[in-house]
Design a protein around this ligand. Structure first.
Ligand code: LTH
Length: 366
């Protein structure tokens, strides 16, 4: 039988009035409202704050959360949920303001995909002090009271750069397309990429652009430098290779090795073009938001969950391209289908130091 802190019911009553008031004035920031069939009672209210919504990975991450939260609501595990996406280009200031407004609605748990590893520290502490369980996902964070669930950004950057460098024979010219600059994952990935390039001195960086892990933005950014760089053998990116690949024919140049998005469109292109030049498809898992939902529910239930957990990245190997490409919509990114049971198995794996759980490749579109 689940127990709650004594203050919880009181908070819920006050929150109900506040939420009703705020719901009326809510703008188009994206919200998952409580549905009519929710078994509310003392079930928790889960809020999610996302610091950036400007690429398809983030959009898939939010879509997966909303689908899982709707099911959890219908199953009576939560009373309601709310998602707030900060506008702009990964602005921590915007996100802090939005979290402050979310706190007025008194969620029981707050999930955060943060715009910055440092700037959110005070507002996270404020949430913890109010008795809210905070789960930061998709990033490390300087906030000791928060639980953290993330992927290994070093593994991701290594899986992106090493095969590409090998594929071009360890020498040549590359462009580096950076991701969501300002976020912790990007900082760790960029450092990892630089470390790998430092070990391969015959690979020269002709240009560094900012693609924000977004094919369309990366296409524009790469096209902007193509006339001023020599022959390019590869573009090391943050899951933007389909867009990057389109830039080359536009500039009259051959498509080099790229780092594909793990979405349906890019994987289908990779499958059809049969590019075998060091190109890879790897990203972190947008299903982390669903794992974070299960974590919040277990924390509110008093379960023992490690303070920091690393979940597996999504590396789409050549042998699995057809399986993923067959189930993903063009703009949908490959996500591990974390059920509550698989989540709990992964928690046990983290606790015991066992190999990470390997969820199945989904067999139907999400
Ligand atoms: O910042 C992003 O959108 C990146 O895709 C990462 O968050 C994913 O880990």
């Amino acid at each position: 039988m689940r127990t709650h802190p004594p203050s919880r019911r009181r908070r819920t009553a006050v929150a109900a009035a506040l939420v009703a008031a705020v719901a009326v004035t809510a703008t188009g920031c994206g919200s998952g409202a409580s549905g009519g069939n929710a078994k509310s009672g003392d079930k928790p209210f889960i809020a999610l704050s996302n610091g950036f919504i400007g690429n398809g990975w983030r959009q898939t991450m939010i879509a997966k959360f909303e689908a899982a939260a709707t099911k959890a609501q219908n199953d009576g595990l939560i009373s309601k949920f709310k998602v707030v996406n900060a506008p702009g280009e990964n602005s921590a200031t915007e996100q802090v303001a939005q979290i402050k407004s979310l706190l007025l609605q008194k969620p029981d748990a707050l999930l955060i995909d943060p715009a910055s590893p440092t700037a959110l520290k005070p507002v996270i502490q404020q949430a913890c002090d109010a008795g809210i369980k905070v789960v930061v996902f998709d990033s490390a964070i300087d906030a000791p009271c928060a639980h953290v669930l993330l992927n290994s950004f070093k593994d991701w950057a290594t899986a992106a750069a090493e095969p590409l460098v090998k594929g071009i024979g360890g020498k040549g010219t590359v462009i580096v397309s950076r991701g969501v600059v300002g976020s912790q994952p990007e900082a760790e990935m960029y450092q990892t990429t630089q470390d790998i390039l430092a070990k391969n001195p015959d690979v020269k960086v002709a240009a560094t652009v900012n693609g924000m892990c977004d094919g369309a933005k990366a296409q524009k950014a790469v096209l902007g430098v193509l006339s001023s760089v020599p022959k390019v053998d590869g573009v090391i990116g943050c899951g933007d290779g389909y867009g990057v690949a389109q830039a080359f024919p536009t500039a009259g140049k051959p498509v080099p090795a790229v780092t594909f998005e793990t979405n349906g469109r890019a994987l289908k292109y990779w499958q059809d073009s049969k590019l075998d030049n060091g190109s890879v498809a790897v990203m972190s898992d947008p299903g982390q938001s669903v794992a974070a939902l299960w974590e919040a529910i277990d924390l509110l239930d008093g379960k023992d969950v490690p303070k920091e957990m690393t979940f597996p990245i999504v590396l789409v190997e050549q042998k699995d391209v057809a399986a993923w490409a067959g189930v993903l919509k063009p703009d949908e990114y490959a996500a591990w289908p974390w059920t509550q049971e698989l989540f709990r198995q992964q928690v046990e794996a983290v606790k015991s130091g066992a190999a990470p759980v390997q969820p199945p490749i989904p067999t139907a579109a999400g």
